[in-house]
Each structure stands twice: as structure tokens, then as C-alpha cells.
Write a protein that binds this ligand. Sequence first.
Ligand code: GTP
Length: 598
Amino acid sequence: VPVSRIRNFSIIAHIDHGKSTLADRLLQVTDTVQQREMKEQFLDNMDLERERGITIKLQAARMNYKAKDGQDYVLNLIDTPGHVDFSYEVSRSLAACEGALLVVDASQGVEAQTLANVYLALDNNLEIIPVLNKIDLPSAEPDRVAAEIEEVVGLDCTDIIQASAKAGIGVNDILEAIVQQVPPPADTVDQPLRALIFDSYYDAYRGVVVYFRVMDGQVKKGDKVRLMASGKEYVIDELGVLSPTQVQVEALHAGEVGYFAAAIKAVADARVGDTITMANAPAAEALPGYTEANPMVFCGLFPIDADQYPDLKDALEKLKLNDAALSYEPETSSAMGFGFRCGFLGLLHMEIVQERLEREYNLDLITTAPSVIYRVTTTEEEVIEVDNPSLLPPIQKRLKVEEPFIKVEMITPETYVGTLMELCQSRRGVFKDMKFFTQTRTALIYELPLAEVVTDFFDQLKSRTKGYASMEYQLIGYRENPLVKLDILVNGDGVDALAMIVHRDKAYYVGRAMVSKLKELIPRHQFKVPIQAAIGAKVIASEHIPALRKDVLAKCYGGDISRKKKLLQKQAKGKKRMKAIGTVDVPQEAFMAVLKLD
Ligand code: GTP
């Protein structure tokens, strides 16, 4: 079809508002996917994703649609991940589109993520089509939610489409709106090739498969292309479209969306946001918006069984082939032995990687509490980055310590404003702004240290507001603060994996809370185990775990055998995730104790 009859769009929505269900519906209604081959939620094809019901990797689908005007159109749906950790990926897939469907659950309303994604769409000059979804629900309040979208997002909602992705209501209206309201791509086929990478994945047989949108010019099978950011050149072995399974084609032109394979070894060589151009006739300038992935959250990963270290290394290498944002380097801990310090985009990214390592690679790991990158200026005026609290230079060696700050936007019903302000205040937050939209939508804006958010901030926000508040954040820069290193000693030995960097004013509180939490979490031993928190040589809090008084089985003597068995089983289970630190067995939960201090 001519470029005037191509429409490239994405769907932006808050988690659970029905993005995947609607995408499936569109594929079905346009006969892109036959009913019988329709796996539920075609676009989310990673198992882990399906289980968690969240979209992690984005993909694309090409649909043919005969509109009411009698013309045939090609509609390219570019899927976006629904989580703040992946907002760079979201911004790049939006950059590949001319329009976006804004899907809002008619029984809920506008959430922080919806808003953040709308801003990204506006930054990319997209035409935004609002859609009320789930109008089949008895609890749907289309009028209230439409008013809310007008108020909060500032979109005209007079003729808003009322839909139910589940019941198939309004789906044709949505397709027509895409054809009529989303502008066609610019016809720049005569210009030098520039194509935007919005996703890629590693395939063991073909190498990296790159998903891209041709912005200018055209690309053919056999072309030698250059990736402008990485500078690497490849010959295209395979070129195609996603319908949504891969179908090979000979050429793709400006405005079209497709994939290629070119024996690229790792996704890090074809990063999201990079520009593809022709090796022998390169474009003068790359497309705007490319950024390197910057890990923001770090943790240590250690095999429980030291023999698994090579397997962990191997697994990380494999995951990295498919995840340019994952970083890792070997770490040796006096307490934990050999492991890796890993960097992630955010907490969700961290959880996903941990889970995949354990599930897909069968590893038993101990993970340490999440930390951020501190910028330390030493007395030698040297600036070093510290992603591991145990490596903070001693106080006499440092001039200043800076920590990353983020701007957090929360959207909450008015009744919870007080409790959220308390939460932010207790996390060293700086109040910035409050905007009252409607009874159920108040926006609260704070600046917070990232370190105070990577511990259980999100869980707190959810539990304090009964799940009604949502949040979104972005990095705003580094700020100097009086930060100190808090060491934890178990049985007299400093445990590097438990060291923390905390604000001076909170050190006593955190120290006391940590030792009493650890007292709860570390099981009793045959001997008394002292637990202390210290800053430098000064102990600021201490507790001890009393020794076991008698054999746990003693009370079963003469008793019934099944009870004894049960007790032994219980103990065996409790033993699973332990790391021996000296002579003390410390369970996994202890390394996460800092997340549970409130
Ligand atoms: P993420 O993938 O996490 O971003 O979520 P999503 O926005 O893709 O939501 P998804 O499509 O997975 O839908 C979330 C839940 O809402 C599922 O249980 C769907 O069955 C349900 N749902 C989606 N659309 C409708 C609808 O129109 N009506 C009703 N009643 N339920 C719907």
C-alpha cells in the first residue's frame, strides 16, 4: 500500500486497564490472527510476563484493515512495556509511531503511568485517541472517567470511544479512529536510509532479531547497513514484517515497520534507539533520542552453593545477550564468597532477572538488598562511583558523597494525601507540588532520594492507599548529603553484604531497627549470637540472639512419630536459603531486612 494508507500506532495504558486484551481483539477483528491460533494475549509472549500479567518486552504487529471508505490500510501496532523501569523503551516505540490509543479503564480512571506515558506521547508529537475500556463492567462510570481524562490529561473527550476489549464493543470504532485521526507517515523514501530500532531479541540461530521502523529511505535484503551509535556494520540476511509472526519481504520503505536479522551477536550491539543507515550512503545525522541504558539499582547475587558460581556466570552471560540493560561484574564478599554485582534499570527489572536466573537456570541464589550509585569525591579530589555500600571509602578519605534524586509523581484519591505526605517526609522527601483534579485524583509531586524509594516505597504507597495510588518517577540528578556507612556485625564479624549507606540523621534509627529485625530473622544457634550496628568503630545498637536451650526434638521423645517427622520437615524447609557466615547461618530474608524496617 502507499504510505498514505499506513498508520503506525501504540497503545498506552496503566497496568491492567486492558491493553493486551484490546491488542488481541484488534488482531482478531482484522483477521491477522485466526481464532484457533490465538493464544490468549498474543503480544505478551514471554511466560513470565503472562504469569505476572505485565508487559515487559515490546513487539509489533502488522494488520490489514479495509476501512469504511473502502480503502485497504496497513495498521502497525507497536506494543510498549507498561512499567516505569522501561520508560526509555516506551519512548522509543512511541517515536516509531504517529498516534497512540490512550486506554483508560472506565471503572478506574487516570493513573500516574497513564499520565507519564501521555507526556511521552506528546513529546513525540503523537495524535492521541482516548478510549474508555471495560464499559461492560457494572462498576464502569464512563462519564466520570471521561471528565477525569479531560481534566487531568487535557484531551477533548466529547466523542470518546466507549469500548470493551473483552466483550468486543467499540473495536470497529477504534479501527476507524486510527485510520481517520492518526496521520500517515511522512513520505521520505527518497532520503538516505534512517530506521529506528525499537526492540530486539536474541535468537540462537539467526543472531539478534531487530525490530525497527523505517523513518526515511528504504532498506532491502542483502543491504549492508550501519548502526550509527555502535558504529558496527552488518549485511541483512533476513528482512520481514510482523504479521504478527515473521514473514519475509524483499524491501521496506519509509513509514513501514519490520524486522531484520544480520548475524548480530548480542542485543547490546543493536540497542533500542539506535539508527540504522546504509553503510555506503549513510545519513548525515542519526535520529534523535538515543541513550545508553543506565542501571540505577544494584544488588549482589551469590550462589548458595559455591559450586554454582560457574553456572551463575554462564546464566548471566546468556541473559545479557538478550538484555542490553543488565550489567554485572564479579564481586567477592568476605561473607558471601564469589558472586556478582548486578545493575538493573529498576526494581522490577531486578526482580525479573532474579526470577529468571532461579527459574530458567535452576540456580539457588542469595541476593543482597538493593542499592543505588553514590558519587564520592575523595580527599584526592577524585570522583568515584560506588554501587556497593561496603566499598564506600572511609570517612577520613572522602570529601563529599552525592546520591541520586528522583522526581516522583503520585496520583491518589484525596483521602490518602496525608498518609502519602507522611511517607514521603519519612523518606527524606522534599515537597514540590500538589494538584487537585477531582475527588479521586490528586497529584502529589515530591523529590526523593532514589535510595529511599528502592527500599519498599512502592509497597508502602500501595498498602497505605489500599492500592488506589499510583506513582511514576524520573531521575533528576545528584545531590550532596551527609551520608554514612552503617556496618552490621554478626557474632563479632562485619558482614559486608549487610552494609548500608544511610543519612546521618537516620543512622541511629536504622541501626536499631536493623539489629532487632535481624534478631527476629536469624535462627537460634547452639551459642549466643551478638548482632551489632556500627558507624566506623562506634557501635550504635546491639542485640543478641539467645542460644538454643534444648534439642527441638526433646519434647517429642516418647511422643508420636508423625509429629516428630513433621518437625524435622519443617526444619529442613527452613534450612533452604541460608548462607553460613562464619559459624552463623543467615537466611535470605536477613539480607532483605532493610526493606522491612517500618
Ligand atoms: P499489562 O499487560 O499488565 O500492561 O496489562 P494490560 O493493560 O495489558 O491488561 P490486560 O489486557 O491484561 O487486562 C487486564 C485484565 O482486565 C484482564 O483480566 C482482562 O481480562 C480484563 N479486561 C480487559 N479488557 C476488559 C474489558 O473490556 N472488560 C472487562 N470486564 N475486563 C477486561
